[in-house]
Design a protein around this ligand. Sequence first.
Ligand SMILES: Cc1ncc(COP(=O)(O)O)c(C=O)c1O
Length: 376
Amino acid sequence: MNVPLLDLKAQYAAIKPEIDAAIADVLESQHFILGPKVEELEKAVAAYSNCAHAIGVSSGSDALLACLMAEDIGAGDEVITTPYSFFATAGAISRLRATTVFVDVDPITYNINPNQISSKVTPKTRAIIPVHLYGQMADMDPVMQIADECGLVVIEDAAQAIGAEYKGRRAGSIGHYGCFSFFPSKNLGGAGDGGMIVSNDMQRAEKVRCLRGHGAKPKYYHKLVGGNFRLDALQAAVVSAKLPHLDDWTAARQRNAKRYDELLGKAGLPIGLPAVVTNRHIFNQYVIRIKNRDELQSYLKQKGVGTEVYYPVPLHLQECFAYLGYKAGAFPESERAAKETLALPVYPELTDAQARYVVDCICEFVAKENAALAAR
Ligand SMILES: Cc1ncc(COP(=O)(O)O)c(C=O)c1O
């Protein structure tokens, strides 16, 4: 049996007429950059995320960058985030010549450990970027409390977490800004790159809106040095067509996660399962933890099961961040997670038979490993 990590063709097959019509509409209009399709999506994402404002941008990476730019963060400033995330989180900070200050993750959720933030705050600290990894929100109450006490800005990296909730509050609606990605593998993916910034602060929203178009307001009168962070209409149309399906897809991902929990739990394997500690985990990824992760990944590959390691090298150990001076051992939980975690297929169209096959393969692997150990 073949079980890919993600099956976007299955998703497209299910909604082909809607996607094709949305694309045809844009082609008919020949209006490709910003415009009514982008505005329509901005309204819909703002409503979906319980935010007053939404600004369509070119990617999740540029969303983070534009928010930091809107706060005039640059050389001499420090920004706190975790080393166990996609590169873009810390990359945005470095691109502005600010200094990334890492805080380790909680080993249960893989999100920022709020107990370790305060000791990293200095007079140079300007912002915190909590990442809602794999689709579950970080523990936002203590993050916001520290930010309030120290006068820091909070930019939620919600690239993997659109629609996730923490104590009934949607991803992106708690911090000063929230950043989403419409990269195709996200729960709400476009047909290319795209992203969105949400905010409940009108002035901040206006500033990122201005920065998105080279800081011009009106056209050709540049108040700020921004960038070309514009969302294109084709992406907006595709994402808008998909948004009405998102809650059903999320429910299917949650159902698949629960099925894995039950099957893997029943099998009594030496595997760590994802913990749901917030009220709405959207399972962009279903990530297990196992000591001999690389061997399991190779075994599953042989069996036709697609998996992925998110992320094999924590950010503080990336070559390009060597100048920050962090050494191995600095963030033990991030380093352990990088060695032990593996994402299994959890996409909405995954069938019961496919999920059972994945679990059977994992059981076979564990049995083989145990037999090899016993024979030694
Ligand atoms: C946690 C996180 N932050 C930022 C990004 C950047 O988003 P994009 O790929 O749209 O630039 C991603 C997605 O890839 C991500 O997973």
